[in-house]
Structures are given as C-alpha cells and as structure tokens.
Design a protein around this ligand. Sequence first.
Ligand code: MRU
Length: 354
Amino acid sequence: MENAPIDQWFTLRWRDDALELIDQRFLPRREEYLRLKTADAVAEAIEKLVVRGAPAIGCAAAFGLVLAAKRSESLNPESFKKDLELSRKRLAQTRPTAVNLFWALERMSLIWNDKANWNLDREFIEESLLNEALEIQREDLDSCRKIGMHGVDLIPSSARVLTHCNAGGLATSGYGTALGVVRAAHSAGKLQMVLADETRPFLQGARLTAWELQRDAIPVTVITDGMAAHLMKTGEVDLVVVGADRIAKNGDVANKIGTYGLAVLARHHGIPMCVAAPRSTIDVKMATGAEIPIEERGRNEVASPFGETILPDGVAVRHPAFDVSPADLISAIVTEVGVARPPYEDSLEALMAK
Ligand code: MRU
C-alpha cells in the first residue's frame, strides 16, 4: 500500500490504474489515503477495515477485480479467467455479512463468464471490468441520494435522530444511506440533532459519523452505546435511522452489533426504527435473518482497542460484529425506489420488481 497526496476527502476512487481509499482506521486523527494496486491489497484493506460499510466494501471489491485483470500475467483466455476467479474467491473470503460484497463480485464476474466475451481480446475484458466497477460506484452514489429523498418524508420537524455505526459517505460511494436521510433532512431544515452511538468496539460512530457530519456542519452529539435507553426514556430521541449489511426477504435486518438492542429499545419507547439501504443490500435468497452469516472478529478489537489493552490478561472475549433485528421491530425500510412498510415479504418484493 502506498500513500497518495490528496486535496478533498473521498471514500474511494479509481485513479491512474490504482484504487485510492481513505484509511478509516486512523480517522479522525489522521486523514491518510492509500493507493492499492493489487486485488490482494484490496482484500487485505477490506479485512482490516481500512474500507468498511456494506456498499463501500462492494465497490472496493469490484475495483479489486479490475486490478486482478490488470495484474494477471496469463497469456491465454482460460488462465486469465482462472486468475480472475482466484481473486474473486480471495475477495469473497474477506467479510461474510455484507451481501453487497457478493452482489458486486457476482455482477463483475458476469463479464468474464459471458460466453459472448470469450473470443474478445483481453483489453476489452479489462475495459469492461473497469466500466462496470465505475458504474457500480456511480449507481451507489445515485442510490444514496434517492434514499435521502425518500427518507426525508419520515423525518418529523426539529428531529433528534439516533444512529448507530457509520452508514454515511464513508460507508458508501458518498452521501450515505442512514446519513443520506440525515443529510436530506438537514437540507430540508428538519434536523435538530444527530445522536451518534459511539459503536463499540471499532467506534465507527464516535470516529467516522461524527467526523463526516462535522465536515458538513450537521449538528452531531456522540453518546456511548449504553446511553441510548436513558435518552429515549427522557424523550430526547424522535426516531432511529440505521443502515444495513443484509436484509432478508421477510425484512429481518443484519447491521452493526448493537442495532438489535436499539430496535428493542425503540419499540419499548414507541419510537420509529427506520432502516435505510440500497436494494443491493436485500438478499432475496435468504428467507429470514436466521440464515444470515454473522462475522466473528478477533479478540484484539475488543480487548485492546486502538492498541491499549483494557482487559486483564487471559480474560475471554466474544466479538460478533453484527446482529439481526427481527422485521417486526422495523417501522420502515427506505430504498432508492421507495419506502417499504410491513408486511415486508410483500413490500420488499414490490420494490425489487420496480
Ligand atoms: O463493520 P462495518 O463498519 O463494515 O459495519 C458497517 C455497518 O454495520 C453499516 O451500518 C452498514 O454496513 C451499512 S453502511 C451504509
């Protein structure tokens, strides 16, 4: 990984035959960009949370396959395809929960698996892969803006919106999903305050949501995860808006660990619990959330966050990185083509058909 000089922030971009990424491990302390030139480097960046957030992971993986094509030294179409398949497998092994990763890899692989492309030269395949990755990135940004447009109708005036993790520009090609709704509400003059859950253990809320909202002069207050219940009880939260990593056909939602707790709390306090996500996050192959694979990450992010050990040596930790909120706790799912309401089996199917 090499460093790249930069003027304005972005999550990821393709430039001069390399994928450039802001290194999200170091925000907000250091604004540092990496230039990645191989599919392996992209896979490593996804695993280490240099780039994270379901749609951004999908975009990064798509560019990873462009790099795989560019780096391949194979001289015949068969071994070229083998190289691409190997890189696809490597990228697919990085993080299991966000379906956008598999969605993007599948979409990219249609290019080299299309029999019509077999007789075409390698340059054509490389160019097609790059165009597809750029298109995935462009569509994602467009979806986020549309999610904002649809979501703004759910926001009451002077809203105090609680969010969890980072479902913002940093988690997408830009603008964000949950934070897309927040940005649209802010532009419409409806937003009083964003309450950003700190989001243990990687602190996506405290570090990333706070950073990007502050850059846009959107009012944000960070709370620790355990404070949400108290603030709901004291009437300081009007609604919850979160992103998603995978949504099952019945409307069960996998998102950052802690989201399920918020959904239960929101129901108890009569507060709407809204999810904002592009259709690429809806996995129609999964009937319910029970089928969604939940990533278990390593000990260190819990026991030694940011290099400081906070537990006695030898104490066990658990680290499921996501949880599943049952559909009956979700008030609405906002997508780029409209808002789904319960029962989700029907409403999601209708949105997927649009
Ligand atoms: O582990 P992360 O940081 O990749 O988890 C991210 C989330 O859970 C987001 O809420 C989700 O991916 C939606 S991002 C638009």
